[in-house]
Design a protein around this ligand. Structure first.
Ligand code: C5P
Length: 397
């Protein structure tokens, strides 16, 4: 694993002393360690002992001019293959879960585009507190990896869960994350998501019920596996997933232009529910009420470009082009026809006649390949995203 580098954030807890042993194990394995000590962390171990073992400078202050001159905090946050937080205190977890950036450690966690591994360490009551449970769930949803905590006797005299994992276990988790965590590293992916909105006049649009949840989950999962993801999104209420470049668009034609601008790419996943038609004209003034308002404005409907078909037939065609087929009947048959007609590699078919699929949190899909079909059970959309990303990664092994 020589040549790899870890950014090690040491939080303020009695377990901070174990960060020294962890640093020693990593250096012995040829992994570079660049330490960041929080203010509280520096109460438990000194920057001097940490930097001596790490053979690198220990960074401590966000607003230090000398530190910024040597390496800006954004550059620092990306200067390693993996960011490790050990010990990850309740405070650091809360900051990271909420995107706070008041010191070097939390700013680094917000600014990094690298995977993050946390080794929590805190008193059992803090670990079991509802706030920490919420933060843990949020961080997991954001793609943060965890090792531990263990159960056992604590420095505070209590017994329970919250003790930081031992350095050899953290070391193993780091090695696993460095080795296999990012099988799509170096691959570029385009994901379309959400509905499109086609303008009728300055205030009205034609749109549909797509929430964007499935497309966002796929974009997040691909990014977690290391892909460089451009998420071309129609109007949704969702926040951009971490480490994903989101391009906001409204109409189908804007969506197509944004996809073409993101080429070349290795993977395209078209999840967006693109409006099939758009008004032939966009009225410059708000249309007045009335039965024949559209006709009076000279409006008919014309077909939108098919983004999936365009990407499949593009001179810079991505190696793997995947479409979605939301159907209410004969799902697999329609999906197979779509695969041929649009010349894509896979169609992810789902039955939207099942109550709660469109706009809901679960999906039951089948993957229709050129040869064969893979049927998956009903599962949360996040899980469909992770499984699809893993399945895509298999194609690139
Ligand atoms: O033909 P249909 O709309 O059912 O095909 C659905 C698939 O095609 C989805 O992957 C969707 O994102 C894509 N599509 C597209 N551009 C369109 C229409 C559909 O990319 N104009």
């Amino acid at each position: 694993m020589s040549g790899k580098r870890v950014l090690l954030i040491v939080g303020g807890g009695i377990a901070a002393y174990k960060a020294l042993e962890l640093t020693r194990l990593l250096r012995k394995a040829g992994v570079g360690v660049r330490p960041i000590l929080t203010k509280a962390g520096a109460e438990f171990v000194t920057p001097l002992s940490l930097s001596a073992l790490a053979e690198d400078k220990a960074y401590t202050e966000l607003f230090s001019l000398t530190d910024e001159a040597e390496m800006g905090h954004i550059e620092l946050s990306r200067s390693a293959d993996l960011v490790v937080v050990a010990p990850a205190t309740a405070d650091l977890m809360a900051k990271a879960a909420n995107g706070l950036a008041g010191d070097l450690a939390s700013t680094t966690l917000l600014a990094t585009d690298k995977p993050v591994l946390m080794a929590p360490a805190m008193n059992v009551r803090m670990w079991e507190h509802a706030a920490t449970r919420r933060n843990l769930a949020q961080l997991k949803a954001d793609g943060v990896l965890f090792v531990g905590p263990d159960e056992g006797a604590m420095a505070c005299g209590e017994y329970g869960s919250g003790r930081m994992a031992e350095p050899p276990a953290i070391f193993e988790a780091i090695m696993a994350a460095l080795a296999g965590g990012r099988p799509l590293a170096g691959r570029r992916a385009i994901v379309t998501a959400g509905p499109t909105a086609e303008a009728l006049d300055p205030v009205r649009v034609i749109t549909n019920r797509s929430s964007g949840k499935q497309g966002y989950a796929i974009a997040a999962a691909l990014a977690k596996l290391g892909a460089e993801v451009t998420l071309v999104s129609g109007p949704t209420a969702l926040p951009a997933p971490p480490a994903v470049r989101r391009v906001d668009v409204e109409s189908a034609r804007e969506m197509l232009a944004a996809c073409e601008a993101a080429l070349p790419a290795d993977i395209a996943v078209c999840v967006a529910a693109v409006a099939d038609w758009r008004p032939s004209e966009v009225s410059p003034q708000k249309l007045k009420k009335g039965k024949d308002a559209f006709l009076a404005a000279g409006m008919t409907f014309i077909e939108n470009p098919d983004i999936l078909a365009k990407l499949s037939g593009h001179a810079q065609r991505p190696r793997l082009v995947i479409g979605f087929a939301a159907e209410t009947e004969n799902v697999e048959e329609h999906a197979r026809n779509k695969l041929k007609r649009k010349n894509c590699d896979w169609i992810v078919a789902n039955d939207v006649s099942i109550q709660g699929t469109m706009g809901g949190d679960e999906n039951a899909v089948s993957i229709v390949l050129r040869r064969g079909i893979e049927r998956w059970d009903r599962m949360p959309k996040g899980e469909v995203g992770r499984r699809l990303a893993a399945r895509i990664a298999e194609e690139f092994q």
